[in-house]
Design a binder for this molecule. Structure first.
Ligand SMILES: Nc1ncnc2c1ncn2[C@@H]1O[C@H](COP(=O)(O)OP(=O)(O)OP(=O)(O)O)[C@@H](O)[C@H]1O
Length: 136
């Protein structure tokens, strides 16, 4: 539910109502999660670089997959943060810390995996460009 909508706590009645609420969730995340906006910019730069380096289609698939995994991890991290804040009302709780730190750990591991995949894809292509341009 978007925060400014009429309060609704009953189930959605049809597909388009579900779609509207799911879309509001994504827009909410883009508006309020700085990390997600940074990831969107990084994703755009990565795809432009892949296009300029004329990487093959399979590389685009791998890049799309890891970028999607990072977005997913960020969204789940936000879900965990909001659930914890809702239940603790922002009071300190050691279990709340464990949950938020675990959730941040998922984002960290996913980001590290995506960096490794990115290096495997981009390093050979960049070396090839250096070889041809600089005669290495
Ligand atoms: N209610 C709480 N009880 C205990 N520790 C908390 C609580 N809320 C936050 N923390 C600690 O503070 C850290 C930052 O929490 P916060 O909710 O600000 O995450 P965040 O900075 O928004 O995360 P991100 O970096 O993903 O944006 C958590 O990782 C956790 O260690």
């Amino acid at each position: 539910m978007a925060l400014k909508d009429k309060p609704q706590t009953k189930k959605n009645h049809h597909f388009f109502q579900s779609l509207k609420h799911a879309g509001s969730g994504v827009l909410f995340a883009i508006r309020h999660e700085r990390n997600l906006r940074r990831d969107l910019i990084v994703a755009a730069v990565v795809f432009i670089a892949a296009y300029l380096l004329r990487l093959p289609g399979t590389s685009f698939l791998w890049l799309g997959l890891v970028i999607f995994l990072v977005f997913q991890a960020e969204l789940w991290n936000s879900v965990a943060e909001y659930l914890v804040d809702l239940s603790t009302k922002r009071k300190f709780n050691p279990l709340a810390k464990v949950i938020k730190d675990l959730s941040a750990g998922i984002v960290l591991l996913t980001a590290l995996f995506s960096v490794v995949v990115g290096l495997i894809i981009f390093l050979p292509a960049l070396l090839q460009v250096l070889r041809t341009q600089l005669g290495w």
